[in-house]
Design a protein around this ligand. Structure first.
Ligand code: TXA
Ligand code: MG
Length: 320
């Protein structure tokens, strides 16, 4: 595995060539780092599943550099989807479409739908357009972590998480820390109305202006405390608990206004919800590294991005 800088033309070209030859490239996006492979190359996509130990029926998002490129991947591009795309792409939004025939079963987990995203991170966009110039159609990229674990927001976190599972020709493209820090909003469109499959930085309010949101599938509207209600996800190795009084040796994640009790290890002190989203996964990783007894998180209140943050924290604390 080679760790190279994404800020040089040389690095981008090298990474695009690696993708074109069927190797894997982990790359920065504004949400989290992705583990990319040529979305039309079955063996490259197979390796993504293998490296992540991800169940084969979990579809992978295809990353492209422009709306024009989407035309190859979708059977139809309804006008309301186009309005959302024009408004929020490039950006932290994934749209689910009826697939075209280039979106094969090995990519979509045999579903008739394909997820597409144009990220706004400039290194990601450079990589995607360079790959497309070489004849590539799109880059399949789940978050660059083991299945169920915390998404990486830095190149170093990718290296720690997957470095020993990547081959000599695979690349990690370094682009610094992800700006947003939690995964994209996933939207499925049903007859002009939006179903949010995963909340993110493109919020219900923003989407509602274009296409009415009829449901949000987040942990916020489930009873996450019920053991076995659904699998834990986005989870560090250390157990995560919500809103408990932290004890000596525990790690704590909370808004900067909340004080740290004596003997408790503060993992982050975000001042805004944006800070909270950006720092959350690094704090989970820090908790593991410092071997704190438990991670006690005080989730942010309110709507917008806070909904997405609560969704991730609640899932990370659920019991499988
Ligand atoms: O921000 C993000 O979306 C990041 C960056 C790398 O782009 N990617 C990401 O991918 O979070 P992943 O695979 O870790 O999570 C994508 C989620 C999965 O839960 C998957 O099941 C769902 O999106 N998904 C992908 N394609 C889908 C489809 N066709 N229908 C329904 N769900 C889909
Ligand atoms: Mg993921």
């Amino acid at each position: 595995m080679q760790l190279i800088s994404g800020s040089s033309k040389y690095g981008i070209k090298k990474a695009a060539r690696a993708l074109k030859s069927g190797h894997l490239v982990a790359f920065p996006t504004e949400t989290v780092y992705g583990l990319g492979g040529d979305a039309t190359n079955q063996s490259a996509v197979e390796r993504i599943f293998q490296v992540k130990s991800r169940p084969r029926d979990h579809p992978i998002i295809v990353h492209i550099s422009s709306i024009e490129q989407a035309a190859y991947w979708v059977a139809e591009f309804p006008s309301y989807a186009l309005t959302l795309a024009e408004q929020f792409w490039p950006g932290p939004m994934t749209l689910i479409f009826k697939r075209s025939e280039i979106a094969k079963d090995f990519l979509t987990g045999k579903q008739e739908f394909v997820g597409l995203r144009i990220p706004s991170n400039l290194i990601a966009l450079d990589l995607l357009s360079e790959f497309e110039k070489m004849g590539g159609m799109g880059v399949a990229a789940p978050s660059a972590n083991k299945f169920g674990a915390v998404s990486p927001t830095t190149a170093l976190a990718v290296k720690e998480e997957l470095g020993n599972l990547l081959c000599a020709q695979d690349i990690i493209l370094n682009g610094g820390a992800s700006l947003i820090g939690i995964e994209s909003t996933i939207i499925k469109l049903e007859e002009g109305k939006s179903v949010i499959l995963r909340p993110g930085a493109i919020t219900e309010k923003m989407i509602n202006k274009i296409s009415k949101v009829i449901s949000i599938q987040s942990s916020n509207n489930r009873d996450f405390r019920v053991s076995g209600s659904f699998g834990s996800h986005y989870a560090p190795k250390t157990r995560v608990f919500l809103n408990l009084v932290p004890q000596t040796g525990d790690g704590m994640i909370a808004d900067s206004k909340i004080e740290t009790p004596h003997g408790v290890i503060r993992l982050c002190s975000p001042e805004t919800v944006e800070d909270y989203a950006r720092d959350l996964y690094a704090s989970f990783r820090l908790g593991d590294k410092l071997k704190v007894n438990r991670i006690i998180a005080f989730p942010p209140k309110g709507n917008g991005l806070a909904i997405a943050i609560r969704d991730r924290i609640e899932r990370s604390s659920s019991i499988t």
